[in-house]
Design a protein around this ligand. Structure first.
Ligand code: PEP
Ligand code: MG
Length: 636
């Protein structure tokens, strides 16, 4: 996968740095289930005893744990045997969930009838009919009593039986009802266990395998229990992927047939360095991976030693190494890893993990905590970057055909001015407590930038009138992540105090490759000469105007790209906290002229393939310890 391989391969041991990942949950070899030879399914290298599924390495590190499989349409509820006294409570829970589901359906039916017509309303009437049918509910209630199981398990089993019944019917009209059955099952389960069902089943040492993970779901799992993530959809710069890295959890996305091949309870090796998921490994593979994990741990310990050293090149040039964070509680890890401050605070996660728009006071509390955790180091707060793959719970279905080209980010803020002003007030109030910089995302034309700046000045006036303190000289900057902004960088540079290049979006918009679509992940590469040209031009425009330019996309955290970015003139990189020691290691062993020479060579290439192969070779030659240390050969 072109440049993509570099994302993971450089990350030896980072997953281990995540704490929980260090072999926690490794199963007892003796206790493992044995499987019959795997079928040669697509995406599955059956070798007789294990299943090896390939995907895109998204977050580095290796973990061994127990699978929990979440699929889009089906939730898997494990059977739990309850004490006999619990049966009446479970029956009541089931009855309540059924009634609540019927009430939902009635509401949907009426809305459909008034807005869409009688035919559309019939769908919901059909669902109501199924739910009221005693031959569905009767066996569920009986099963709770007879088998002493929880209500959700009884629901799952009965709906499965009904779906099987429909699936076997000769008339195709009935077979199409299977989807209705799953839909109904989800509705009832939602009432029983809530939206965050997945969390309920997570135990210590869990590896989550899902058809799809939203950023919200990824952030909602119990970090102390989940070891890593594998999914069918998504790519390295999807926000779920970014979060996995922020959480220090290895992740592999874009794995075909994952949820079909995996079963709850499978022993799983998730190799985020190579993009592999191995189900039910044999003893040999398991031992090889355990050995690798130990070696990776020693690399991590060696790197920890350089965390306190300055990121200065051999010829004395200081490179600022900042961190990208989603929550203020990540900042101690930034400092521990030797970070100079926060280059990107993705504030939208405050909202994504809440069921309501965060109030001014809630935001103030979070931003103040971040300032205080930074203890005098700079904190760059990016205003809400909502939309596209970061939808709030209310806007889950925004109905946009192309959400990445739609009402996202600064556009969304400018269309929701009260919300935007509330955030700006909270940020400005926190600016009285320590050094804050404000950054606007996805600016694509000068009018947007000017409007955003005007609004922040309005808010400043309001605060002054109210006698509330704030930093009137708070630096205002913008992300350069849309080609139009990169092309007009010289103009923008006159109107802001700093730029931060967001390669995640810049790559997707320059190359017309959806960053979350695994089908085109092979085309997504920061090594594409078109992207590199834009980066170079933005750095130059910023320098000419004397403003600082950083890079905060995932490319900045990829050690294969560090020399190139320095060679292109960048002196400030903002990355996932755990990447900082890796970059420090590179920075401290190269000189600026050496990086400039490398950048000139890269500039002579005309294909992404040449660029990534060259960067890969150079990095492996110069910093082998950051890339090897693994002895699990390709065969495994
Ligand atoms: C980017 O686009 O590079 C970036 C850092 O922003 P995000 O990943 O949050 O879109
Ligand atoms: Mg972006």
């Amino acid at each position: 996968r072109g440049g993509g391989e570099g994302w993971g391969a450089e990350g030896v041991g980072v997953g281990c740095a995540g704490g929980g990942g260090w072999g926690a949950g490794a199963p007892d070899a003796a206790g493992r289930r044995r499987r019959s030879p795997a079928p040669a399914a697509a995406g599955c290298d059956g070798d007789g005893s294990l299943k090896k599924l390939r995907g895109i390495p998204v977050a580095p590190g290796v973990v061994i744990g127990t699978a929990i499989v979440l699929d889009d349409t089906r939730l898997r509820i494990p059977r739990r045997v309850l004490p006999p006294a619990a049966a009446s409570r479970e029956r009541q829970r089931l009855t309540d969930a059924m009634e609540a589901s019927l009430a939902d359906l009635e509401h949907l039916r009426q809305t459909a009838e008034s807005q869409l017509g009688v035919e559309a309303a019939k769908v919901f009437a059909f669902h109501q009919g199924l739910l009221r049918d005693k031959s569905l509910t009767g066996p569920m209630l009986k099963r709770i009593e007879a088998e002493q199981v929880q209500a959700e398990f009884a629901v799952q089993e009965q709906f499965r039986a009904l779906a099987d019944l429909f699936a076997r019917m000769p008339d195709p009209a009935f077979r199409t009802k299977v989807d209705d059955v799953w839909d109904l099952e989800r509705r009832v389960l939602r009432h029983l266990i809530g939206e965050h069902q997945a969390e309920c089943n997570v135990r210590d040492g869990t590896v989550v395998l899902a058809s799809e993970l939203t950023p919200t779901q990824t952030a909602s799992f119990d970090r102390t229990k989940v070891l890593g993530f594998g999914t069918t959809t998504g790519g390295p710069t999807s926000h779920a992927g970014i979060l996995a890295r922020a959480l220090g959890k290895p992740a592999v996305f874009g794995i075909e047939n994952l949820t079909e091949e995996a079963d709850d309870g499978d022993t799983v090796i998730l190799d985020g360095d190579r993009g592999l998921v191995i189900l039910e490994p044999d003893d040999e593979t398991l031992l090889a991976y355990q050995g690798f994990m130990q070696r990776a741990q020693s690399v991590r310990l060696e790197l920890a030693e350089i965390a306190s050293l300055e990121p200065v090149t051999t010829d004395g040039c200081r490179i600022e190494l900042m961190a990208n964070i989603e929550f203020s509680y990540e900042i101690p890890a930034v400092i521990e890893n030797g970070g100079d401050g926060v280059g990107l605070f993705r504030t939208e996660f405050l909202w994504l993990t809440s069921d309501h728009e965060p109030t001014e006071e809630e935001q103030l509390a979070e931003y103040s905590a971040a300032v205080s955790n930074c203890a005098g180091r700079p904190l760059t707060i990016r205003t809400f970057d909502l939309g596209a793959d970061k939808q709030t719970q209310e806007r889950q279905d925004s109905g946009e055909r192309n959400p990445f080209l739609g009402c996202r980010s600064i556009r969304y803020c400018l269309q929701n001015i009260p919300m935007f002003k509330t955030q700006l007030r909270a940020i400005l109030r926190a600016s009285a407590l320590g050094p804050i910089r404000v950054m606007f995302p996805l600016v694509s034309n000068t009018m947007e930038l000017r409007q955003a700046k005007m609004l922040i000045h309005d808010v400043m006036e309001d605060l002054t009138e109210a006698g509330m303190p704030f930093d009137a000289k708070v630096p205002l900057g913008m992300m350069v992540e849309v080609p139009s902004a990169a092309l007009m960088a010289a103009t923008f540079a006159r109107e802001v105090d700093f730029f931060s290049i967001g390669t995640n979006d810049l790559v997707q918009y320059t190359l017309a490759v959806d960053r979350t679509n695994e089908k085109v992940a092979g085309l997504y590469s920061a090594g594409n000469p078109a992207v590199l040209k834009l980066i170079k031009d933005v750095v130059r425009a910023g320098r000419r105007q004397g403003i600082s330019v950083s890079c905060c996309g995932e490319t900045a955290g990829d050690a294969e790209y560090t020399m190139l970015l320095i060679g292109l003139g960048l002196r400030n990189l903002s990355v996932t906290p755990s990447r900082i020691p890796y970059l420090k290691r590179v920075v401290r062993s190269v000189s600026v002229p050496q990086c400039e020479r490398l950048a000139r060579t890269v500039g002579s290439f005309d294909s992404e393939r040449q660029v990534t192969a060259f960067l890969r070779d150079q990095a492996r030659r110069l910093f082998p310890e950051l890339f090897d240390g693994r002895a699990v050969d390709e065969r495994s």
